[in-house]
Each structure stands twice: as C-alpha cells, then as structure tokens.
Design a protein. Structure first.
Length: 366
C-alpha cells in the first residue's frame, strides 16, 4: 500500500526546500517559478521510538521503520484550472495523491521573489483553493450531466448517483471543498474518490516562516493560515523550511543543539510527518524477531489478514490466525516470551481489527 502526500502551493513558497529536507532525493530548489515541473518523489521514514524498543527486546539485528511518500508538486498559479502555468499537468499530479500538504509562505525576504509581487498568505490561500474548486466544478459538471441522462431511463442506481452529484456540485459551486460536505453517506465519499476530486483530499496546512520568527512565526502572517485550517478542522504545522534543510544535514547531537537554540522540542519535519500520518487515519503495527524488527502501515479499521497482507500477500491468502501482543504489554513483560507467560499474548482470527502498536506474529499456510 503506497501512501502518498502531495506538497502543493504557489511557486516560491518553500515547497522544494522543504522536500529537500525530508527526502534523500534532493529536489531542485530555485528562486524562480516552475523550477519543479515533474513531481519529485521521496520516501520519508517515520520516526517511532516504539520500534526501537521492540527491536531491543526482540534482539533484532535490523530495524526498518514505516514510511510515507512525499511528492513535490510544481507551484500552482491563478488560472491553473484553465491551463495557466501548465496548470492541468500540475492539477493531475494532485489527483494522484492520497492527501495534500498545502505550504503557505509566511515570511518576508526580498531575495526570494513572490509570483504576485508581495507576501499575502490570505490571498495565496484563496488562489490555490479557488483553482482546485474550479477544477472540481468542471469535473462535477461533466459527471452530473452524464448521470442526469442515465437517470432519465428510470435506473434507480443512476438516479441515486445523480442526486449525490447534484449535492456535491451545489456544495463546490458555493465555494466549499468537497471534504467539508456534511454527509455521513458512504456513497458520497465513494463518488468523490471515483472522480478524483481535488478538494476531497484530506489537507494539512504548513506555514513556512522565517527562522528568526520561530517557534511560532509572525502572528500577522500566520493568522490567515490558522483561520483557513480551523474552518475545516484541519491542522497547521509551523516550520522554517530553510532551517529544516540545515537540520537534516546535522548528526543527532548537533540536531538536538540546533533545535534547542531555535526553541523547538521536535523538528518541523517530524511534526509534519506525524500530522500527515494522523491525517490519513493510519495505524502502525510491528513484527519482530532476531533478524529484523519492522513497522508497518495500515489504515484504521483494517483486519489481521489485511495487516498480514502488508507483510506478504501469501500471509493474507493463507491466513490462519495472528498472535497479538499490545505494545504496552510487550514492553512491560520484556518481549514476546514474557508476554506469553503473563497471559498477555492473544490469539486472534480473521475478524480482529488491528490496533495501533500491536506486535503481530502471523500464522499462515499456502
């Protein structure tokens, strides 16, 4: 399961600098619009101290963290929905990711040009939001027309789809993102996903501030970002991309000193990845043995066979049972053997929903 987060925003807001800091790929970062045309892709390991503890107790020789894919998508501009600035290509890249990380410039620097000439986070937020809404409105109009024609035949499924599309279209036409539609009908989410609606993507906001303004950023520039996020119940991560790029090059000891000097307990990148993980509704489970301790990513609500399939497809196909120890019990009793002796190891079947932190040993036969 590839979990992908697209970094979006206007040109020159710090997207590629941020990407360079979180990825070993080293995205091109330049002081002119459209330095990035094709999206750079980087795999970002997710730090989890629980994995290190599981590995220690299991005596594992190798430790492999779970990860997310970050896509550095080229900057949007006003008119992107009509093809301005190669907009259709950029918008199609957004359509392919699972979630969006919207970077907003919240710093002044005369040496870094702004595509609109001055720094105005509220305007920048509106430009990106408007272009995504316009593209979705176009997508919904075409889909609604097709569904309406099919509904005239009396087909009940077609009528239901036409009603859902009409509801989505009215919501987007009113300037509201599809993800904010107050509906508990699972078919609404299904239709949104089928159409690849851009504004249906879960969104995390990143305020890119000047290093001198850390840890909280310039209140006047940050306020519009917080307001936009609050309006849809989203999170805001405040960071300085330039500082994060420097932090990424330091060893562990130097990194701790630098963060302390900036007044930060954790790097902005750690907070961003953690927030993205939470945004996608993900859970982590562990497998551990002498050879390797490894963290695996699943979506909330997935069952033991589905989790087994993350390790190997044969495990899901031939799943018999899972031996499960909660992380807290694994640590409290010194590993799997101690947890088994204490009666904390459970045998679970195909309907078991894996909890965050579970340590799994899957039994299977193919």
């Amino acid at each position: 399961m590839s979990l992908e987060v697209g970094i979006v925003g206007l040109p020159n807001v710090g997207k590629s600098t941020l990407f360079t800091a979180v990825s070993a790929v080293g995205a091109e970062a330049a002081n002119y619009p459209f330095a990035t045309i094709e999206p750079n892709v980087g795999v970002v390991p997710i730090a989890d101290p629980r994995l290190d503890e599981v590995a220690r107790l299991a005596g594992s020789r190798k430790v492999t963290p779970t990860s997310l894919e970050l896509h550095d998508i080229a900057g949007l501009v006003a008119g992107a929905s009509r093809g301005e600035g190669l907009g259709n290509r950029f918008l199609s890249h957004i359509r392919e990711v699972d979630a969006v990380c919207h970077v907003v410039r919240c710093f002044h620097d005369p040496d870094v040009v702004h595509v609109d000439g001055d720094v105005d986070p509220a305007r920048d937020l509106e430009v990106v939001a408007t272009e995504l809404l316009l593209k979705d409105a176009e997508t919904l109009e075409r889909a609604a027309d097709r569904a309406s024609r099919a509904a005239r035949t009396g087909d009940r499924e077609a009528k239901s789809r036409a009603d859902i599309l009409a509801e989505l279209r009215a919501h987007v036409d009113a300037g509201q993102p599809a993800r904010a539609l107050p509906s508990t009908d699972p078919e609404v989410a299904q239709v949104s996903a089928e159409l690849g609606l851009l504004t249906a993507k879960p969104t995390l906001y990143v305020a890119n501030v000047a290093e001198a303004d850390l840890p909280g950023g310039d209140p006047g520039l940050i306020a519009p970002v917080r307001e936009a996020a609050a309006a849809e119940g989203a999170e805001v991560v405040v960071l300085a991309a330039e500082a994060e790029a420097q932090i990424a090059e330091l060893d562990a000891g130097e990194r701790a000193e630098f963060l302390d000097a900036l007044g930060l307990e954790r790097s902005g990148l750690d907070r961003l990845v953690t927030s993205a993980y939470r945004l996608l509704g993900l859970r982590t489970f562990f497998t551990a043995g002498p050879t390797e301790a490894r963290a695996w990513t699943i979506r909330a609500g997935q069952t033991a066979p589905q989790a087994a399939g993350r390790v190997h497809t044969d495990m899901q196909r031939g799943f018999i049972r899972a031996e499960v120890v909660a992380y807290e019990d694994y640590v409290a009793h010194g590993g799997e053997a101690g947890a088994r002796d204490a009666g904390k190891l459970r045998v679970e079947g195909k309907d078991y929903v894996v909890a965050d932190g579970d340590v799994l040993h899957v039994r299977f036969n193919v």
